[in-house]
Each structure stands twice: as C-alpha cells, then as structure tokens.
Design a binder for this molecule. Structure first.
Ligand code: HSE
Length: 298
C-alpha cells in the first residue's frame, strides 16, 4: 500500500537518433512515493526540488496516475509525492522521469496489470500534458532502462538494446532553460536525402556498435548532422564543450534531448574522468552556472 521509487534522468536522441534513441542515467533522477488511499482519486501531497503544478490534470505524474486508475476501474485512490532531483527544461527528460515513475508506481499498486509497452503509452500521455507532444524516447528509456530504440510510433514498438560494459556518461547541465517546444520549433520540416542517408547509416552503426561492444564504431557513429546544427545555437558554448570532450578522449558528444545538457560518452572510468575535467575547464570561466556529473548507463 506504500511504494517509494527512483525514476531516472534520460538522454534522448543520442546524437543520430532523433526521437528514436534514448538511454537511462544511473545516478540522477527523481524520487516518488505512492500511498494507496481508500478515497478514490489522485492527489499530490508534496513536490520538492522544482516549482511544478499541484493541479492533478496539469502535472505529468498525477495526470498519468489518474488516467491509469480510471482505465483500470480502480476502487482506491493514490496520494503522491514527487522529489525532483534535477530541474525541468534540462534536456534530461525531467517530465519523462515524473511520467514514467508515475506509470510504474501506479502499475505496482494496481497489481502489475500492465506491460512495459503499455506503461510507456501511459507515460507518453504525461509527456503530452507536460510539453505538448507524445514523444517516447525519454519515457521508454526510463521504463525499460539501458538503451532503447523506438522502432515505430504507430504501432508503438520498443527494442531494448545492450549497454556495453565500459560505456560511461559525462554530462554538463548549464543552468539555462531550453523548452522542448522551442527547440523543436527551430528544426527544418524537410531534410536532404544526402543528409538522411548519413544519419540513418549512423543510427545503424551506433546500434551495431552497442551489440558488438565496438567502441570505435560507436565513436564513428555518434554524429548528428540534422538536428544539432540548428539546436546548438540555443546552447551557450556548445562547440567548446564538444571539442574539449572529444580532444580529451570522449567517443562522441552531443545535445542531450532538446538541451541545454550536453552529453559525452566515454570508454571506461579513466577516460570519463579526463573528459569530466576537460569539460569543467572549458566551462568554469563562462560565467554561467552549471552542474557536471559522470554516471553509468543502467
Ligand atoms: N527527442 C525529443 C527532442 C526529446 O529532441 O525534441 C525531448 O523530449
């Protein structure tokens, strides 16, 4: 009747896989608690760490729980607390962590009646409440863990991918807010066939690299020529961070989700430490506050 869970931050797109690739972070995320109540309906009793709505229909987490209880015809209600471990508008899937955690938690109280795929669909509804579109890459990574591919949106098909043992994440979150909506508005609606060929070949290369634990192939494939050129203008000092990461040994670096967080993937702890220091050096005199962390992918 009581449940406490951790819902992870996630990195969507992973350079070449716009809206179709994502992975879960091990150390950063939200904590949520769920209490089954005799009184029907959903209420949020506390939100800490971010200034989010307590209105049940406007908050991504409570909106998801409400929808699930209604659809399952539950004869109980849920009281919910949300403790945000990082801020919304970071590019680390903040609304997705709330929505995915809500779907997972509600399912536990309902006796585990929904599959992971169904939980992703509920969580996508939460994404729509929070940012206006039903994108699956962050929520799927939060629910399945590790790396995921959204192979198809209609019908929704999610493929869980392997995580090479030595793969590490270094991410810097400059404290500027980029709204997903704005970051989508700067994208072109049409792309060149030549660019599309490059991009889908890199997606294939990256996925093949994950299966083969081929770090060189992963490195060669962490390239985004379609979205990054438009979005990087919204992120202060993006090129400096990316160059510093790659020069100090990262396999690749790019924008996490819709930004402003910049992620780098590294092979092993030693390289991750070097990349962590190099990114820190590149940002410390910019005058912009930031948080920087290293994590496993899980
Ligand atoms: N794939 C999405 C984007 C992630 O890049 O806009 C943010 O929800």
């Amino acid at each position: 009747n009581y449940l406490k869970l951790f819902s992870p931050a996630t990195v969507a797109n992973v350079s070449c896989g716009f809206d179709s690739l994502g992975f879960a972070v091990d150390t950063v995320g939200d904590e949520m608690t769920f209490i089954k109540t005799a009184e029907k309906g959903v209420k949020i009793t506390a939100i800490t760490g971010a200034n989010l709505s307590y209105n049940v229909d406007e908050n991504a987490a409570s909106a998801v729980v409400k929808k699930m209880l209604n659809e399952a015809n539950a004869d109980f209600g849920v009281a919910l607390t949300i403790s945000k471990g990082y801020s919304p508008g970071s590019g680390l899937g903040s609304s997705a962590a709330s929505a995915a955690g809500a779907a997972f938690g509600a399912n536990q109280l309902l006796g585990n009646i929904y599959s992971n795929l169904e939980l992703v669909k509920f969580a996508m509804f939460g994404e729509e409440v929070a940012c206006g579109s039903q994108i699956a890459d962050n929520v799927a990574a939060a629910i399945y863990g590790g790396f995921v591919l959204i192979r198809s949106y209609e019908p929704l098909e999610i493929i869980k991918l392997p995580v090479p043992k030595e793969l590490k994440l270094v991410a810097i979150h400059p404290q500027v807010e980029v709204k997903t909506k704005d970051a989508r508005a700067v994208l072109p609606s049409k792309i060149d066939l030549k660019d599309a060929i490059t991009q889908w070949a890199n997606v294939g290369g990256l996925i093949s690299g994950l299966y083969r634990e081929d770090y060189q192939l992963i490195s060669n494939s962490l390239v985004d020529i379609i979205v990054e050129p438009y979005r990087k203008k919204l992120i202060p000092h993006f090129d400096e961070v990316k160059n510093a990461a790659i020069k100090s040994g990262a396999l690749g670096a790019g924008i996490s989700g819709s930004g402003p967080t910049i992620f780098a993937l590294c092979k092993g702890d030693e390289d991750a430490n070097k990349v962590h220091s190099a990114i820190n050096e590149s940002y410390k005199n910019t005058g912009i506050a930031y948080t920087l962390f290293t994590s496993k992918i899980n």
